[in-house]
Design a binder for this molecule. Structure first.
Ligand SMILES: Cc1ncc(COP(=O)(O)O)c(C=O)c1O
Length: 407
């Protein structure tokens, strides 16, 4: 059936050439299908909303509006509220990356940080080194600046412009870079003259093991000062307070901060004044206890999914064992396809996850998938994994019988 209102051809040749690189995320399209109540979903990579500090946020909004409502509802400076920048700088300093408030700019989530950094550093055709797989949202942000991608795990191509890494409990793999891997990456960056964007989105959510130093911290330790570092750190309050506040930050040498501030002025002037005031109040008191509660909750969820995977998955299926964050990355036997498995899992077992292939900017590995354990109720995790394991077993068995017939 043709649409009663077909799109006008007028628009097609009005879009800028960069739009050829910007496509709808397959995952977003897919998540639309998962809004059905009987589906047990490991797909949504978002924080557990029952962990949001709703009452504290509510009372701080009320207090701030009562005490300084006019300031809270007014425009404010593009670099971010001084008190919040100071708090972030102190926290970064205590975590091993000595810096001042002048090294911090508050952004609308770390997603905006990635977009502004793409705008600042990338021209069409520049090479960005990424992990295989990597955070899809970073590719989405960078794509508008028309880079090409290369595997961070391979040879460094000459002229590589920047490397983008999620060193702690990465989305989508849950993996963490060892200290040695971090040091080697810094060596490569100085040999290859490229800069590093360190995305620390999940860094505060460690629930096992011990902290690895931030790449930025190691870089500062080597070079003597943040002003000489070539690593730029992106942080966020989305995974620890609430993504709806849309607050993140960039921690970088001052020439980078100065230019990001100019770009931020052009993009949206500043992050929400009232939300920054609320966040500053929340983090100033009891933040570490709050993080303790989050870590305990995700630790429990991760244990449940690890136990369930060990109990139910057939031989030949492997998965990561994260020490923080929200994600487990599953590798299926060769020849199985995560996207096709999803169709079967939805139809036959009412269970959902995200297929792995879209997370690869280069050399997609189709026999992979991402499970997020942040949302399903604790007591549903075992059942969800059991159902998924059964679908995988069926697929493995039918491939085996097809191979027997063919052979
Ligand atoms: C690795 C990573 N970086 C950045 C973001 C963006 O988060 P926000 O813009 O809410 O800070 C996400 C969100 O899922 C993420 O997983």
């Amino acid at each position: 059936m043709t649409s009663p209102n077909p799109p006008s051809p007028f628009w097609e040749d009005r879009f800028s050439p960069r739009m050829a690189h910007v496509r709808a995320s397959e995952i977003r399209e897919l998540l639309k299908l998962l809004d059905q109540p009987d589906i047990l979903s490991f797909a949504g990579g978002i924080p557990d909303p029952t962990l949001f500090p709703v009452e504290r946020i509510q009372s701080f909004y009320a207090e701030i509006l009562a005490d300084s409502g006019q300031q809270a509802l007014q425009y404010s400076v593009s670099e971010g509220l001084p008190a919040l920048r100071r708090w972030v700088a102190e926290r970064m300093t205590r975590a091993g990356a000595p810096c001042d408030a002048e090294n911090i700019v508050i952004t609308a989530g770390s997603q905006q940080a990635l977009d502004l950094l793409g705008k600042l550093f990338l021209a069409a055709g520049d090479t960005v080194l990424v992990e295989r797989p990597t955070y899809l949202g970073a590719l989405g942000a960078f794509n508008a600046y028309e880079p090409t991608y290369a595997d961070l795990g391979g040879e460094t191509p000459s002229g590589a412009r920047l490397a983008y890494v999620v060193p702690d409990f990465a989305n989508p793999t849950g993996r963490t870079l060892t200290r040695l891997e971090r040091l080697k990456l810094l060596d490569r960056a100085s040999e290859g003259e490229f800069l590093i964007i360190e995305d620390g989105a999940y860094r505060e959510l460690r629930f096992a093991g011990t902290d690895e130093p931030m790449l930025l911290a190691l870089d500062i330790a080597r070079t003597g000062s943040i002003e000489h570092a070539r690593t730029i750190f992106c942080g966020t309050f989305s995974k620890t307070l609430s993504p709806a506040l849309r607050l993140g930050w960039i921690c970088a040498p001052t020439p980078v901060v100065d230019r990001i501030v100019l770009l931020k002025q052009g993009a949206d002037l500043h992050a929400s004044t009232i939300n920054q005031m609320v966040a500053e109040r929340i983090v100033s008191e009891g933040y570490d206890q709050h993080l303790g509660r989050l870590r305990a909750a995700y630790r429990e969820r991760n244990s449940a999914i690890q136990d369930a995977l060990a109990r139910h998955m057939p031989m030949g299926v492997t998965w990561t064992k994260p020490q923080g964050g929200m994600f487990v990355w599953v590798t299926l036997p060769e020849g199985l396809d995560g996207a096709r498995l999803l169709e079967a899992a939805l139809a036959e077992a009412r269970v959902a996850f995200v297929p792995g292939a879209p997370f690869f900017a280069v050399g997609a590995q189709a026999n992979t998938l991402r499970l997020s354990y942040s949302l399903p109720p604790l007591d549903a995790i075992d059942e969800g994994v059991r159902r998924l394991a059964r679908v995988i077993e069926d697929r493995m068995a039918s491939r085996y019988s097809a191979a027997m017939v063919a052979g």
